[in-house]
Design a protein around this ligand. Structure first.
Ligand code: SF4
Length: 364
């Protein structure tokens, strides 16, 4: 006869939801001495590469009809992904989840040659929505690997972009996550070493890593042109300007969006007293506003402007209706849509829409 054992089962206590105070209550309760205002960063939000990738999926859905498979999140934003899912996009992690012969879009973050090959092996039809600025880094990796350089790729191990770039020349590339990795780097010939980087890093931290690498390898070569992209640098420059005057900086962007997460870090480094990232306005916590006069607001490069406007509307209800836009750069970069989409549009007789860029410019 078996022994009966009793297992203690912990039953979670029912939680009483905390009552969310009305914006008016928060407004009157927050002990603020100065006037309440918002400093709104510009540039913010959609970059040309994200815009192009999202339009590519939309056009693929229009032209070929659903389902259109997308390998990985097309861009790192929950709202964008769920909106495309509603239209018939199916997001998968790997090509082997896509039925043979079906259409798959590669995300803005890029793919390694092995992923391209696995799609070909399955007979998949592909649309490559890799951002041209990521493709540029891939080309640099191929070129310097061909010249037999050791390539130090500064970036976050496990990030899709870093996987794609390092897959171009795995035998030549070492990933350097940041300053803490510099001492672990080993190279074959210190005079044939170049650094490249992920496009969405902190500009300041990357330069710190580069300077430490140069202390070890004085002839370390720089990339032929900046790998951190214009959108990442511009959004960081804008929040650097705002942060010293901000009691609180709210960054709209998803947790897996590298450039959004960097904006929170940069805001804190440059003097914001607090900074939080939210996907949606309903994640803004009323407790953040205690004693806050000035709120900085920005958004990552994969964030549609309507999500920022939702946050601004909420802030206005909290008494922060005075919005000053702080413009540190104008952006007018537009990329051509992927060639497969351009061909499809041409076949539909639509030759006027071969460009990405649908006016996500900040309101002035
Ligand atoms: S953040 Fe930069 S690299 Fe990434 S999609 Fe946008 S422009 Fe391209």
């Amino acid at each position: 006869m078996g022994t009966m054992t009793s297992t203690a089962v912990s039953v979670p206590m029912p939680t009483v939801p905390r009552r969310r105070r009305s914006p008016e209550e928060v407004h009157s309760a927050a002990p603020v001495t100065g006037p309440r205002k918002v400093l709104l960063a510009a540039p913010r939000g959609y970059c040309a590469g994200v815009d192009r990738a999202v339009i590519a999926v939309e056009k693929a859905l229009e032209h070929y009809g659903p389902p259109v498979y997308v390998r990985k999140q097309i861009v790192h934003n929950l709202h964008v992904v769920s909106t495309l899912e509603e239209k018939g996009a199916i997001f998968v992690e790997e090509n082997d989840e896509v039925p043979e012969g079906a259409l798959v879009v590669f995300s803005a973050h890029g793919v390694s040659p092995a992923v391209v090959q696995s799609a070909a092996d399955r007979g998949l039809r592909t649309i490559d929505a890799t951002c041209p600025l990521v493709t540029k880094v891939h080309r640099e990796a191929v070129r310097f690997a061909k010249d037999d350089f050791d390539i130090l790729l500064i970036g976050h191990e496990g990030h899709e972009e870093v996987e794609g770039t390092s897959g171009e020349a795995p035998e030549h590339i070492q990933i350097v996550n940041g300053p803490e990795d510099v001492d672990k780097v080993t190279v074959r010939d210190p005079d044939r070493v170049i650094w490249l980087s992920q496009t969405t890093l902190s500009v300041d931290e990357t330069m710190l890593t580069v300077n430490l690498l140069k202390a070890r390898f004085p002839t370390l070569q720089d990339p032929p042109s900046d790998d951190i992209c214009y959108a990442t640098s511009n959004r960081q420059a804008a929040i650097k300007k705002i942060s010293p005057s901000a009691d609180l900086v709210i960054v709209v962007g998803s947790a897996n969006s590298s450039n959004s997460v960097r904006l929170v870090e940069v805001a804190l480094e440059y003097g914001a007293k607090a900074s939080h990232r939210v996907d949606f306005a309903n994640q803004v916590d009323e407790a953040w506003f205690e004693g806050v006069s000035t709120v900085g607001v920005t958004s990552g490069a994969s964030v549609p402007e309507n999500l920022v406007q939702d946050v601004l509307n909420l802030l206005a209800q909290y008494g922060y209706g005075d919005v000053e836009e702080v413009v540190t750069a104008e952006e007018d970069i537009i990329f051509s849509l992927p060639k497969e989409i351009r061909a499809a549009l041409k076949a539909m007789g639509d030759s006027s829409r071969g460009l990405g860029g649908r006016g996500q410019r900040p309101a002035s």
